[in-house]
Design a binder for this molecule. Sequence first.
Ligand code: B16
Ligand code: MG
Length: 217
Amino acid sequence: MKTTGFIFDLDGVIVDTAKYHYLAWKKLADQLGIEFSKEDNENFKGVSRKRCLEILLEMGGLSVTSEQFDAWLVEKNEDYLLYIETMDETEILADVPRVLSYLKEKNIPMALGSASKNAKPILEKVQLLSYFETIVDGTQVTKAKPDPEVFLIAANRLGISPEHCIVFEDALAGIAAANAAKMISVGIGEADVLSDAHYNFKDFTEINLSFIDSLIQ
Ligand code: B16
Ligand code: MG
């Protein structure tokens, strides 16, 4: 019987789409005369598109009509999608396929839990879609991370109880969401930033298969 489920965030865990989000937000920020740096972009990681635009406008002290707000959301996404178009398997982060293939071989159920509304096309582009039993993305959640909703939906669809799910996340809000779901959280990135995670790794090259085995019940 399968008792353990693995849930992966997308941006910052499987691929680095943050660089494309940055370029698209930067273009809009320049257009609006708002200073926007790579450091500012760090605060956008794991945050919904709508909330990102709210933060950007707050940075520029701008308040706009909801029509204008929606138009800028569309514009940013159209620019972002131009970058996504160019993606292929070479953009998968180091050693991610090693871990995904191992879990697949062992028949361990895997889900994607991402804030992105573009998660599915991105997984198709990098040819990883078939690894996941279910994709929970920004089109399907009502409450953004740090709310646990995205991961609880994923666990439910996998048919695995939350305490037997392991979440790989690169964002502080994502680790908080996994912990709130009572799941085991694995932080990918800086350990001092993601100190609330149960386990920390800089990236997947640091993850041994014996560690993966130790998580499987
Ligand atoms: P979209 P994740 C998140 O993906 C990104 O980290 C975040 O920067 C982005 O704003 C969000 O997706 C929404 O993305 O505009 O494509 O709907 O880390 O949750 O996989
Ligand atoms: Mg992320």
